[in-house]
Design a protein around this ligand. Sequence first.
Ligand code: NDP
Length: 250
Amino acid sequence: MTESESTTIPDSATRQPARVVLVTGGSKGIGRAIAQRLQAAGHRVAATYRSGDVPAGVLGVRCDITDPAQVEAAFTEVETALGGVQVLVANAGITRDTLLMRMSEDDWSAVIDTNLTGAFRVAKRAARPMIRGRFGRMIFISSVVGQLGSAGQVNYASSKAGLVGLVRSLARELGSRGVTANVVAPGFVDTDMTAVLTEDLVKKYTDQIPLGRLGAVDDIAALIEFLAGDEAGYITGALIPVDGGLGMGH
Ligand code: NDP
C-alpha cells in the first residue's frame, strides 16, 4: 500500500473527524480487525507489523515494539505520511504459557517486555504530540486474565494487570491535556493466539462464558471504534471488559 492511498480519504466522507490512528500488531487477529474497522470508519490508519501485511488502505509500518529505535522510527514514518498520532491502540502482545515452576526468566521477560514495556514505549512516544495537539486517545488491549488470573499464565496475567496501573497513571497525568487513556479487556477471542488451545480447553472456557461463545475480533474492534470517536471524550482511566460475561465486569 502506498503513502498516497493511505491519505486520500476525504474528511467530508466521515461520520466523525478523521483522526490519525496507530495500531500496534495490525498484521492479524484483533489488531488487524481494529485497523480495518477504523479505516472503514474514515480514520487515517497506520498499523505496525513484523510478519505478513496490514489491511488494504492502512499504512503498514514495520516495527518490533521491544526495540525502542524501531518504535521511534515507526512513529516518525507515520508522522511523515499521515501526521501526528492522535489515537494509539497498543494491541501487540504475546503469550509464553507454562506453569510457574517451569517458567524461565526468558518466558517471563519476553512477555513483560512485549506486553507491558512495549505499551510503555509506544505510550511515551505518542504522548508529546498528543499533548501538543491537546487531543489524544490511548487505548491498551489487556485481557480478562489480568483481573482473574490464569494458571499457566503468571507472566501474561502480570503483564495485562500491569496495563491497568499504567493506564490509570496516564489518565491522571494527561487528563488535563485532553488525552484519555483506557484499557479494554477482551475475554477469549478466536485468533491465532487461542488457536493453540485444545478443543477440550476451549469447551471448558466456553462453558464458563455466560454468552456461551468465544469472542469475535469485531466484538473488540467495535468498542475501539467507539473509544476513538468523539462520544467517548469523557471516558478515561476505565477498564472495559468485552468478554461475554466471563469476568463479570472485572
Ligand atoms: P495474535 O497472535 O493473532 O496477534 C498478535 C499481534 O501482535 C500480531 O500482529 C503480532 O505481529 C503482534 N506482535 C507480537 N509481538 C510483537 C512485537 N514484539 N512487536 C510488534 N508486534 C508484535 O493475537 P490476538 O490478535 O489474539 O491478540 C491481540 C492482543 O489482544 C494481544 O495483546 C493479546 O494479549 C490480547 N488478547 C487476546 C485475547 C484472545 O483470546 N485472542 C484475549 C485477551 C486479550 P506479528 O505476527 O507480525 O509478529
